[in-house]
Design a protein around this ligand. Structure first.
Ligand code: PGA
Length: 248
């Protein structure tokens, strides 16, 4: 049975104090829930968020990792370092990583394998540009991102994969995909999973929506049959907004 998951992607935001305050606030205000709640702070605050959330239901994710386990890669952080910190997840393939840092599907395939080899679960993101959607290429674009970045994995690895669908035109723009657009794409992703791995894997894989998800639109988005939760950027920087989305 797939899980319902909400991820707070703090991106490159918050000071050390703000990070620990936000984390403590989320913990203290969170009602008991059967959803999985994940916080993805900057690398710098991973340690303190792991410490603060220990023995709680909150899990911690990194926002990226390097494809190699160790070596002369100045400024980089490996999956083994993240696993040593006690993290559960790493986000890979976020549209901002793809766009600003030129991360392509073949690099992401290596990162995915590296993360899984260290026992991390992966939140693999995919999404299309506005041009691709307008030209009708959006479904194919997502299939390509899945095929090239993820479908090298054997079926048994898929239990450690969560997929994040993030239409690039909706990320940080205040424009949200309609629930029908989200449902169409999530169903498309599930069908691609089914074609590749069979119906059971497709059924059991959580597919999250990301892109200007807020307390006011989360309920409708999450009510869609194939939407299993959200990747929340801007609205995750406020504890009340984030928790309203978790409760949605
Ligand atoms: P946003 O970001 O909620 O600010 O649009 C979503 C994401 O990038 O995870």
């Amino acid at each position: 049975m797939r899980k319902q998951i909400v991820v707070a992607n703090w991106k490159m935001n918050n000071s050390p104090t703000q990070s620990s305050q936000l984390c403590s606030l989320i913990l203290s205000k969170m009602r008991p829930t059967d959803k999985e709640v994940i916080i993805a702070p900057s690398y710098l605050y991973l340690n303190s968020v792991v410490a603060t959330t220990q023995n709680s239901i909150i899990k911690v994710a990194a926002q990226n990792c390097h494809q190699e386990i160790s070596g002369a890669y100045t400024g980089e952080v490996s999956a083994s370092m993240l696993a040593d910190l006690g993290l559960d997840y790493v986000i890979l393939g976020h549209s901002e990583r793809r766009y600003y840092y030129g991360e392509d599907n073949s690099l992401l395939a290596k990162k995915v394998s590296s993360a899984l080899s260290q026992g991390l679960k992966v939140i693999y993101c995919c999404g299309e540009t506005l041009d691709q959607r307008i030209s009708g290429a959006h479904l194919d674009r997502i299939t390509k991102q899945l095929t090239e970045g993820l479908f090298h994995l054997p079926a048994k690895a898929m239990k450690n994969i969560v997929i994040g669908y993030e239409p690039i035109w909706a990320v940080g723009t205040g424009i949200t995909a309609t629930s029908a657009q989200a449902q169409e794409m999530h169903a498309h992703i599930r069908s691609a999973l089914s074609d590749k791995y069979g119906a059971d894997v497709a059924h059991d894989t959580s597919i999250l929506y990301g892109g200007s998800c807020t307390p006011s639109n989360a309920k409708e988005l999450f009510a869609q049959k194939d939407v299993d939760g959200g990747l929340i950027g801007g609205a995750s920087l406020n504890a009340d907004d984030f928790l309203a989305i978790v409760n949605a």
